[in-house]
Design a protein around this ligand. Structure first.
Ligand code: SF4
Length: 73
């Protein structure tokens, strides 16, 4: 997967399963959701910790990602 544009955190408000503002990261086992005191959430990609092809904070929404792995597995 090509790297996204930025490593800066991207926040989203209260997200629910399937939230189009977040995209597929919501259902990925590699996402780490970090709530803020202001009620927003940052979505950090844990794959980025070991793989330079991924950004720690991918621009949202993520619609396609070669690193996606379903949480349901
Ligand atoms: S691997 Fe891809 S889909 Fe999964 S959290 Fe990271 S950027 Fe999102």
């Amino acid at each position: 997967m090509p790297r996204h544009d930025s490593d800066e955190p991207r926040a989203s408000g209260e997200a629910t399963a399937g939230d189009p503002a977040v995209g597929i990261c919501l259902d990925c086992r590699w996402v780490r959701v970090q709530p803020t005191t202001r009620g927003a959430r940052f979505y950090r990609c844990a794959r980025a910790d070991r793989d330079a092809r991924y950004l720690r904070y991918p621009p949202l929404p993520v619609r396609h990602c070669d690193g996606f792995e379903s949480r349901a597995r």
